[in-house]
Each structure stands twice: as structure tokens, then as C-alpha cells.
Write a protein that binds this ligand. Structure first.
Ligand code: F6P
Ligand code: MG
Length: 460
């Protein structure tokens, strides 16, 4: 489908695309080299050592090509059925140089290329080059995890005790507030993103620009009132703390009777540093199974602020985490928490192409009552990462999916970490830009301090 607006390109020096390619990606690749190097020197296995050195050289080569603005080369075949698609796209784009390529394509290509090095080895096939970073970041979010664990336990326990959802006006209001809080909590869980930690620590507090969570509440409540509760899907973004809040939201939706099952969509290969792989899901559940050794182990923290080891977990903290572990393992066993990976999520395609490029996945998502897209990259893909006028409506910017009767109910929970943004009131973008010394740039939207909650009901 023809895009009315151009996708952001790395050649645009006013965009975050340019800054990303120039400043962030080299750092990310250097960290990947460090990781492989460390794992290589720890290994006793001769072949693994040899292959490790080769991978280090390949990553260094990739970094060289990027920094010297070479032509982006076709991906080497590693058996993945997505390789051909990447290479066809590259050709269609006219085999651009790095600093003249569409941002979305180049960034997806970067992570896919990195993965070919591992996939084409014998001993590193499943190595997750970002795993250590992800684990350390999760450990450093201990305080927030403990706080939410206790709140979750209270909310879910009281929902389980109250048998009937009483239908007075007041309780609906209270319920709507809880729903909104849950959505916001799940949204801001995205503000901690490892790929951005190369340029800043994302601790600052933020503001919500557009919030459609009331509409979503009413749709779900209506479904429940009419006895038509169904499944909710969460297209995951980052692991660790964000995955934790996604599980909190999922568990809440089940307990409140807004969903019968939650389907989580993780990635199939290490992606944008922090994204969830199946293994990260397992890591999180194991952390809850044994929180003392996970959160209390000495020298555990990646702590951007450099804090000292924390106090040991108290008995009530331990018991809250145990509650979470038993709840979530049970939901998993009962088939109410399901994981459903799909290679489409790690192609470079925007979701404008979802219906044609991944028809089965599209059909599957149409079976859902609500599909929640988490984070920045999902939003870029929803909107084709194009330079929309910021007042463009959300449904217009998401192409096919935004059509009446598309069959997919879409909720985007997005903290803004890139240039593209839609659904803003007239003049808002100018207002947010003004005061910035470099007004040509939409810097306010890069920081992760602003966010949008946008909804389109494709079942209308
Ligand atoms: O803007 C920085 C960036 O790395 C983008 O390239 C990418 O869209 C995003 O952050 C990743 O963030 P998230 O994990 O929220 O998708
Ligand atoms: Mg991510």
C-alpha cells in the first residue's frame, strides 16, 4: 500500500535516525563485542573460542561498514526464511549506503545481521548477546518490582474475594480508575529501555499527550457486561521490568474479568537490545521462583546511579514475590498466559504490511478482543515510521489496520523515543519544540519523557 508520507531516513540530520546511526549503534555493537569476548575467554571449548573470535571480527566489520558509510550488503543466508525478504527489500531500496537508508529498515537489518553471525556458527547459535545487560537491568529495578508486587497482590486478591462485579456507578468509576492506572503503569514500564542507556539514564518523569484508555475500558466493560469476554494479546517490547509490568497488566485483566486468556508475543532473535525472547520470560519466572538469590546476590546490580548492594528482602517482600510466582505459573499451566512467537515481528516490515506479509498472523490477531502494542518500535512500525504531520489521526497513520472493519482492536502504549508521532492537537508539537535551541528537531519526542495511549477499534 502506498504510503502518503516518507519514512524517516538516516540522511535527515534533524532526525533521531541520524543520531542513532552515528552515536548509538556503534556503542551497541561495541557492547556486543565485549559480551562475545568475555564469553569466549571464559570458555574451555576450542571450537567455541575459534568461532567466538570470528564473530568478534564480524561485528567489528559491521561496525566499520556503518561508521564508514559503506553500502549495506545483503544478509548472508543463515537458514532463516526471513533472509530473502530482507535482501529483496534492500534491492528495492536501491542498495543504499548506511547514512542514506530508511531508519526503520536499517535498524532492523542491523540486529538481523548481527544474528546471522551467531546463527551461522555451531557453538553460538542460541547465544543472546544482550542477555547479561537485560539481567543486570532487571536486578537494578528491584525496588519498583517489590512495590508493584505488593500492589498487584492486593488488587488481585480483592478482585478474587468480591464475587459479583457490583454495578453501581461508583464502583464502575473506581474500576475505571484502576484500569487507567494499570494501563499507565504498563506504559511507563517501557521508559526503561537498554538501547537508550547508551546516551542517557532514563529516570526522568514524564507526561502523557493523548490518552484513550477510557475508550478501551468501556469496550472491555461492555464485552464483559454482554458475556462476550475473550482473549487479549500483548505484542511485547522489552524484557525485565517492562515484561514484569506486562504480566501485571495481563494478570489484572484476567482477574477483573476483562479477558479469558492473554497471549504474549515475544521476539525470535535478540532484538533492539532489550526485547523479550522466550528465554527472558523463563528468566523472569525463575527470578520470582528464587528471588533471594536473584535480587539479593552481592554485586548484582547494573545500577546506573552506582548504588551499593541493597538490604536483604524482608519476609513480606518475599511472600509477595512468591504470590506472583504461584499466580503466574498457575496461569501459565492453565493456558491463560500463552506465549506465541512469530518471525514477522523481527522482519523490517512495518505493520502496514501485516495483512499481506503475514496473513496468518493477521487472521490470528483478528480473533483477539484487544491487541496491545507495547513501546516505541511497535509504534514506529504501526505508523510505518513515516514523517506524518503530528495532527494526523491515529487510524489514518496505521494504514490497513486503521480501517473500519479491519477486525483488529489496537491499543498502543507508547513512550516516545523517536520522531514519529500522531494524534496531537493543533499547535502542540510547535509548543513542545519551542524553547529548544534546535527547533528543527523534534527532540522532545526522543527522550522517552512523553507518551501516548492511542486506540483504534477495528471491530466497528
Ligand atoms: O529511539 C531509540 C530506539 O532504539 C528506537 O530506535 C527504537 O524504536 C526504540 O528506541 C526502542 O524502544 P522500545 O524498546 O520502546 O521499542
Ligand atoms: Mg524494545
Amino acid at each position: 500500500p502506498g504510503l502518503p508520507e516518507k519514512p524517516y531516513n538516516i540522511s535527515d540530520k534533524n532526525s533521531f535516525a541520524y543520531v542513532s546511526a552515528r552515536d548509538r549503534w556503534p556503542v551497541i555493537l561495541t557492547q556486543a563485542v565485549d559480551d562475545v569476548f568475555k564469553h569466549t575467554s571464559n570458555s574451555e571449548d576450542g571450537i567455541r573460542k575459534q568461532e567466538g573470535s570470528k564473530i568478534v571480527a564480524q561485528i567489528a566489520q559491521l561496525k566499520y561498514e556503518l561508521q564508514h558509510d559503506r553500502t549495506i550488503t545483503p544478509l548472508e543466508d543463515d537458514g532463516g526464511d526471513d533472509i530473502a525478504g530482507y535482501n529483496e527489500e534492500l534491492e528495492k531500496l536501491g542498495n543504499p549506503r548506511w547514512f542514506d537508508a530508511p531508519w526503520l529498515f536499517a535498524e532492523c537489518y542491523l540486529y538481523r545481521r548481527l544474528n546471522t553471525f551467531f546463527a551461522n556458527s555451531k557453538t553460538w547459535k542460541t547465544h543472546d548477546v544482550f542477555r547479561v545487560q537485560k539481567t543486570n537491568a532487571f536486578k537494578s529495578s528491584r525496588a519498583a518490582v517489590l512495590k508493584l508486587a505488593s500492589q498487584y497482590r492486593q488488587i488481585v486478591s480483592s478482585l478474587k474475594e468480591s464475587k459479583e462485579p457490583t454495578d453501581t456507578r461508583e464502583t464502575a468509576e473506581t474500576e475505571k480508575e484502576i484500569f487507567t492506572d494499570m494501563s499507565k503503569m504498563c506504559l511507563w514500564g517501557n521508559a526503561t529501555d537498554l538501547s537508550l542507556l547508551t546516551t542517557r539514564a532514563s529516570k526522568d518523569i514524564q507526561k502523557l499527550q493523548e490518552n484513550h484508555s477510557d475508550q478501551v475500558y468501556h469496550v472491555l466493560k461492555k464485552q464483559r457486561d454482554e458475556g462476550k469476554v475473550g482473549r487479549v494479546d500483548i505484542v511485547l517490547d522489552n524484557s525485565g521490568f517492562e515484561l514484569f509490568v506486562d504480566l501485571v497488566l495481563g494478570g489484572y485483566l484476567l482477574a477483573a474479568g476483562f479477558a479469558t486468556e492473554i497471549i504474549f508475543h515475544p521476539k525470535s532473535l535478540p532484538w533492539f537490545v532489550s526485547d523479550v525472547l522466550l528465554g527472558d520470560f523463563a528468566d523472569l519466572i525463575n527470578a520470582l521462583r528464587d528471588p533471594v538469590s536473584y535480587f539479593d546476590s552481592p554485586g548484582n546490580g547494573y545500577s546506573p546511579g552506582g548504588t551499593e548492594p541493597e538490604t536483604p528482602l524482608s519476609d513480606s517482600e518475599k511472600s509477595d514475590l512468591e504470590f506472583l510466582f504461584s499466580e503466574w505459573s498457575e496461569l501459565h499451566t492453565q493456558g491463560k498466559f500463552l506465549l506465541r512467537p512469530n518471525r514477522f515481528w523481527t522482519t523490517a516490515a512495518s505493520y502496514w504490511r501485516l495483512p499481506s506479509a503475514a496473513p496468518q498472523l493477521f487472521e490470528d490477531l483478528r480473533q483477539s478482543e484487544l491487541v496491545i502494542f507495547k513501546g516505541d518500535l511497535n509504534y514506529r512500525k504501526l505508523t510505518a515510521d513515516a514523517a506524518w504531520d503530528p495532527t494526523t489521526s491515529f487510524p489514518k497513520a496505521i494504514g490497513e489496520l486503521g480501517k473500519v472493519g479491519s477486525g483488529v482492536r489496537i491499543l498502543a502504549l507508547r513512550t516516545c523515543k523517536a520522531d514519529v508521532v500522531v494524534g496531537l492537537g493543533k499547535g502542540k508539537d510547535a509548543e513542545l519544540r519551542s524553547g529548544d535551541s534546535e527547533e528543527m528537531k523534534r527532540k522532545w519526542a526522543w527522550s522517552g519523557k512523553w507518551a501516548v495511549i492511542q486506540f483504534w477499534d477495528g471491530k466497528l
